[in-house]
Design a protein around this ligand. Structure first.
Ligand SMILES: *[C@@H]1O[C@H](CO)[C@@H](O)[C@H](O)[C@H]1NC(C)=O
Ligand SMILES: *[C@@H]1O[C@H](CO)[C@@H](O)[C@H](O)[C@H]1NC(C)=O
Ligand SMILES: *[C@@H]1O[C@H](CO)[C@@H](O)[C@H](O)[C@H]1NC(C)=O
Ligand SMILES: *[C@@H]1O[C@H](CO)[C@@H](O)[C@H](O)[C@H]1NC(C)=O
Ligand SMILES: *[C@@H]1O[C@H](CO)[C@@H](O)[C@H](O)[C@H]1NC(C)=O
Length: 448
């Protein structure tokens, strides 16, 4: 009748004291290996009734609890089958702008760090009583620090020599006085805040999300992106990318033939697949659904999906051996332009995105950088000398995706034996470009 967190196999049966949680709803549990074996911990996440019954306090609180994996139970007959290293802390998920409190933990996803267990990230999906959702991210390092250093709530005396929650080496049991204090004061005073520097939700919005999954992917720029998959109560999956200043909503997926509530979602990180199930279907989805961005380079790149990039006229998965936008490319993809020797010429590259950088390459090396705020990226050639002929490409780069926007091959006039007529044409071409340049300048001025 009373929910407990139990160890049912192994050295002996252990369960949590009935007084340490009030009406808990368990959400997720995980084992985190620490530097020494005896310090390995179990963390579990749950909601419970708020012991603070004051009218302004929320009814429910979300918690993380810790237990030592090697907990051997107490020494007395009463405590022999109880966990003796239990401590719990409140998880804070508050929007600082509105002071809106997201107090109902719905789901948790753990992203293990291979380098350092302290950097392992806990993605907590929360909701509030108005049906809004928020994701707050915590690190195991911060959780561990709170449990190791915080005072216990409503305990004012000195801490015993062996602190409540401390894991013990070898065959040692938690001393009875330590267990007694922890059992009466299982909550630590300090609360666990979302990861620095923002200490606030990664995002919040008005969807009722029910489940969260996170997959880390290395994009072509070498950066690792965390991609979030959130299941809505309407049977959709929202795919988002975590960026330094928040998240980008990139795709809404309706996984089933007929819209239906999603009962479960599992991530296969190695094969980059999602598995989702309804009452009647199980569907396998590739994480790199690049075809959905259609045939347009813009929609592919602007989708900012770190799984996808534009190559060979298609939106393709970065897994499928994508080439970097190459400054040279196929000769046939160039627009060939004849330019008179010692004349003026300019090259124009449209700038569409404020987040992108644009650059002009000549014969494969970068000759000019532009920022998109100054209008189109223009490259002026004051005097068309011999070494200025050749291949020009304009390349844009945004979040590690690069694409070639303009390719021009500036060619000399065909032969010295050309007629005056031909020369006239060439001059006409370049003067019409000059007119184009004037129009461009006007546009640039209008935009400023
Ligand atoms: C919130 O707390 C109330 C009152 O204590 C309890 O009845 C309810 O089940 C809790 N709800 C959730 C979602 O945990
Ligand atoms: C442009 O000129 C280059 C060099 O002369 C040539 O290789 C290429 O085929 C030409 N491209 C087109 C589209 O005519
Ligand atoms: C343009 O910027 C890139 C990257 O910052 C740099 O490598 C390159 O040398 C710059 N080119 C010019 C012409 O300033
Ligand atoms: C262009 O460069 C050539 C060779 O350096 C020079 O003779 C000519 O005067 C220059 N033309 C202009 C308009 O600067
Ligand atoms: C660029 O390539 C063209 C031939 O395509 C050549 O005439 C020109 O001198 C080259 N310029 C530079 C700076 O490499």
């Amino acid at each position: 009748k009373i929910p407990r967190f139990r160890q049912v196999r192994g050295t002996g049966e252990l369960y949590t004291s009935d007084t340490v949680m009030q009406n808990p709803k368990f959400v997720k549990a995980t084992v985190i290996k620490q530097d020494e074996l005896y310090n390995d911990k179990i963390y579990y996440f749950f909601r419970e009734d708020n012991p603070d019954k004051s009218p302004e306090a929320p009814l429910n609180v979300s918690r993380v609890a810790q237990l030592c994996k090697g907990d051997k139970g107490g020494t007395s007959s009463l405590s022999a089958s109880k966990w003796t290293t239990f401590l719990k802390a409140t998880l804070v998920c508050v929007d600082p702008a509105t002071k809106g409190n997201f107090d109902l933990l719905q789901d948790v996803f753990i992203v293990q760090s291979e380098k350092n267990w302290r950097e392992t990230r806990v993605y907590g999906l929360f909701s509030n009583s108005w049906g809004y959702s928020a994701v707050c991210v915590y690190t195991i390092g911060d959780i561990d620090t709170v449990f190791r250093t915080s005072k216990l709530k409503s305990y004012t005396k000195d801490m015993p020599h062996i602190r409540p929650g401390q894991c013990l080496w070898g065959r040692n049991h938690t001393p009875p006085e330590t267990f007694k204090i922890a059992d009466l004061h299982p909550e630590v005073e300090e609360r666990v805040k979302p990861v620095a520097p923002r200490n606030s939700p990664l995002f919040h919005n008005k969807n009722r999300y029910q489940k969260i999954g996170v997959h880390s992917i290395q994009a072509r720029d070498g950066h690792t992106y965390n991609v979030l998959y959130l299941v809505t109560d309407k049977g959709y999956i929202h795919k988002m990318v975590e960026m330094p200043h928040g998240v980008l909503n990139i795709l809404e997926i309706q996984p089933f033939q007929q819209q239906a509530p999603i009962l479960a979602m599992t991530l296969d990180h190695r094969r980059a697949k999602l598995y989702v199930s309804s009452r009647s279907e199980v569907v396998q989805l590739p994480m790199d659904m690049c075809e959905v961005y259609h045939g347009s380079c813009e929609s592919c790149v602007m989708a900012k999906d770190p799984y996808c990039g534009w190559a060979d006229g298609k939106c393709v998965s970065v897994k499928s051996n994508l080439r970097k936008a190459d400054p040279d490319g196929n000769p046939l993809s160039y627009r060939n332009v004849t330019v008179a020797l010692f004349s003026r010429y300019f090259l124009c590259c449209p700038t569409e995105s404020h987040a992108a950088t644009y650059m002009w390459h000549h014969n494969g090396s970068c000759i000019q950088n532009c920022s998109s705020t100054d209008g189109p990226c223009l490259h002026f050639i004051e005097n068309m000398t011999h070494d200025r002929y050749g291949r020009y490409t304009c390349i844009s780069e945004e979040n590690g995706f690069s694409q070639t926007l303009v390719r021009e091959w500036l060619l000399k006039q065909p032969k010295p034996s050309q007629t005056l007529m031909q020369r006239g044409q060439a001059v006409a071409t370049s003067s019409s470009f000059w007119l184009g340049f004037l129009q461009m300048m006007t546009l640039a001025l209008l935009f400023q």
